[in-house]
Design a protein around this ligand. Structure first.
Ligand SMILES: [Zn+2]
Length: 371
């Protein structure tokens, strides 16, 4: 199989279109047509990971954090980032990142983190905003089934745990083919009235192009009428973080112990009321502080994320200086390490013939000194 085959599996799961604006994902170094039979998965791309791929014969590396994030001026052996591009090239290894598109995927990074912590019934904490569209197609009634199928196949009509959702009403379509047209129905110059149906379905913004192409291919008309509207506040299955519940409430100290043990964190930094009991839990792997308001709105007792700086811990306090929520910084690496397994398991399920390894190296250079 090729790099493109593996990448398309990842992108069906975590569409690049749902990545954050600032992010860079997908193939960063290499060749989509490269033949591969082994993939290496890591959180970060490091020299050791590339050497490991070369050693094990993995022709493709997939990481969560993108190597090429800021513009790089050169790919030379003396540049910290560019040297990795050079090293990949010398080893003949292709490389891709699946980053915020996986963070935002339903069942993505934060869902895996929630599961790791024993948080059940996880839902998206902060759904992506403004991404839903409504696609409306007008077609002759006898083409309705084919149109509905083309919508579903291209990713339209997914609502929560349902797919193939659409709505159809009947009406009369009117048109007059002009000179140069070759109409499926009617004749040039003659006004036509046709019993048509209006079929509508929701679609995320990143799938609109594919839906247009799919519908156009299934539509009998030369110039199909396909309208796309923006939807305000429509629910999405995609977003950041996850929120759910523990089986039973537990004291904050027990919860902190749970987090530390589950994530293998050397130490936790937190703001919280030591007398508080924790059951409703929000999580976001990596730098998730911007979703603290969402965790508060969700009524979470605790929010576990990473990269919380000193001053921003104060955002967890109320006007009297008391904790509104237990805000826990469990470490960026620690809250995202599960991502390696998540990606690897997805690839193994999708491509049974593909060998998939998780790197033997811990990519974080940070250590905790505990005595
Ligand atoms: Zn991260």
């Amino acid at each position: 199989m090729t790099v493109a085959d593996v990448l398309s599996t990842l992108h069906a799961w975590a569409p690049p279109g749902q990545k954050a604006d600032f992010d860079r994902v997908g193939l960063q170094v290499g060749d989509l047509t490269q033949q591969i039979d082994r993939v290496l998965v890591a959180l970060d791309l490091t020299p050791a990971v590339i050497d490991e791929a070369a050693e094990t014969g993995a022709g493709f590396i997939v990481t969560h954090h993108p190597l090429l994030f800021k513009p790089v001026g050169r790919a030379t052996a003396d540049d910290p980032v560019g040297s990795l591009v050079w090293r990949l090239g010398r080893a003949g290894v292709s490389y891709a990142a699946i980053h915020t598109n996986l963070d935002a995927a339903h069942g993505g990074v934060s869902f895996a983190l929630a599961e790791q912590l024993g948080v059940r019934d996880a839902q998206i904490l902060a759904p992506l905003d403004g991404v839903m569209r409504k696609v409306v197609v007008f077609a002759p009634a006898d083409a309705a089934d084919a149109i509905r199928q083309s919508l579903a196949e291209a990713g339209a009509g997914e609502i929560g745990d349902y797919d193939g959702c659409s709505f159809t009403v009947s009406g009369t379509g009117r048109f007059r083919p002009r000179e140069g047209a070759s109409p499926a129905i009617g004749e040039v110059g003659a006004p036509e009235a046709v019993e048509e149906v209006r079929i509508e379905a929701v679609v995320p913004s990143w799938a609109v192009g594919a839906v247009r192409r799919s519908v156009a291919a299934a539509h009998p008309y030369e110039e199909p009428a396909i309208d796309v509207y923006s939807l305000e506040g429509a629910a999405t299955r995609q977003g950041y973080g996850a929120v759910g519940t523990l089986d039973a409430p537990e004291p904050l100290a027990a919860f902190l112990g749970r987090v530390r043990n589950a994530l293998g964190a050397g130490a936790l930094r937190y703001v919280g009321d030591d007398g508080q009991r924790i059951q409703h839990v929000a999580v976001c792997g990596g730098s998730g502080l911007s979703f603290l308001p969402a965790a508060l709105r969700a009524g979470a007792d605790a929010y576990v994320t990473a990269d919380v700086t000193y001053h921003r811990f104060f955002e967890a306090l109320d006007v009297d200086g008391k904790p509104r929520i237990a805000l826990v910084d469990a470490g960026h690496y620690e809250t995202e390490a599960v991502t390696e397994r998540l990606i690897a398991e997805h690839l193994r399920q999708s491509h049974p013939a593909l060998a998939v390894d998780v790197t033997r190296y811990q990519s974080s250079p940070m250590r905790t000194f505990a005595g």
